[in-house]
Design a protein around this ligand. Structure first.
Ligand code: NAP
Ligand code: GCO
Length: 264
């Protein structure tokens, strides 16, 4: 039996992958043999990302592109197809969060979160699907969240977007499965990245942030995840090992969704 997790010869686009979860997934794909393409919103972040990949011995291709801008995305994908080749694996990773109580949140802020976290995966997916069909198949992996299943104070827009992304995942699987396209989601638990840094900040007296302690108590693994915890599941969903897995959300959460919580 060959290595069914190999990504040799595949071209993978991971959006917003200069650092954080996207970077860890891209690193794992490169180690499995794929050619890495990533984008970020600013040139300085792309440059920072390129240097970080180089430090890992990876020759990545970095581009500036705002994933919410349909015209820019179409031009970006056309450029990648011309310069590197047809994208075999797309990871819709770029995302933002705004933690604001719902009744204090402006519609503009709400729309911005939905734009990056839900509309953009729609825009980028529809830009890559036609060439995947022509090539005979492809893999799309949407980075969902605990908030695809759960709510909490201050994250109404994020939860609405990530819940929507779960259903977009199932719909892409439904609509394009017959073309050998598998679209699945990864639902990370609480992962230590810049996005969650404010939730882990030490208090003035040096003690843990209350949310930090709350997450550790709520997670059977009793720790925050690291971006590298997502590497194995991401490789699985990009490889031929998952060729009959479609429309599934794989939660990688140290057990949070299985757990009722510690008794007081
Ligand atoms: P992060 O550290 O904030 O990284 C997100 C990346 O996306 C950044 O490079 C960011 O660039 C980029 N980005 C944002 N808006 C963009 C746009 N319009 N166009 C292109 N790139 C854009 O986040 P992360 O924690 O690694 O999260 C990655 C994904 O996982 C997100 O979708 C997030 O919602 C999801 N997630 C995270 C966690 C967690 O606990 N960390 C858990 C579940 C799901 P800038 O730096 O310029 O903003
Ligand atoms: C929050 C968090 C999240 C996580 C993640 C959980 O404020 O609750 O930032 O929502 O980043 O998406 O899976």
């Amino acid at each position: 039996m060959g290595n069914m997790f190999s990504l040799k010869g595949k071209i993978a686009l991971i959006t917003g992958a200069s650092y954080g979860i996207g970077f860890a997934i891209a690193k794992a794909y490169a180690n499995a043999g794929a050619t890495i393409v990533f984008n970020d919103i600013k040139q300085e972040l792309v440059d920072k990302g390129l240097a970080a990949y180089e430090a890992e011995g990876i020759k990545a291709h970095g581009y500036v592109c705002d994933v919410t801008d349909e015209e820019a995305v179409n031009a970006f994908i056309a450029k990648v197809e011309k310069e590197i080749g047809v994208i075999d694996i797309l990871v819709n990773n770029a995302g933002i969060i705004k933690r604001i109580p719902m009744c204090e949140m402006s519609a503009k802020d709400f729309r911005q979160v939905v734009d990056v976290d839900l509309n953009a995966p729609f825009i980028v997916s529809k830009a890559v699907i036609p060439s995947m069909i022509k090539k005979g198949g492809g893999k799309i992996i949407n980075i969902c969240s605990m908030m695809s299943e759960l709510g909490r104070e201050t994250v109404s827009a994020y939860a609405a977007a990530k819940g929507g992304l779960k259903m977009l995942t199932r719909n892409i699987a439904s609509e394009y499965g017959e073309y050998n396209i598998q679209c699945n989601g990864i639902g990370p638990g609480y992962i230590a990245t810049p996005q969650t840094a404010p939730l882990r900040e030490r208090q003035a007296d040096g003690s843990r942030h209350p949310f930090d302690s709350f997450i550790i108590a709520k997670t059977p693994a009793a720790r925050w995840g690291t971006p590298d915890d997502l590497a194995g599941p991401a490789v699985f969903l990009a490889s031929e090992a998952s060729n009959f897995v479609n429309g599934h959300i794989l939660y990688v959460d140290g057990g949070i969704l299985a757990y009722i919580g510690k008794q007081p």
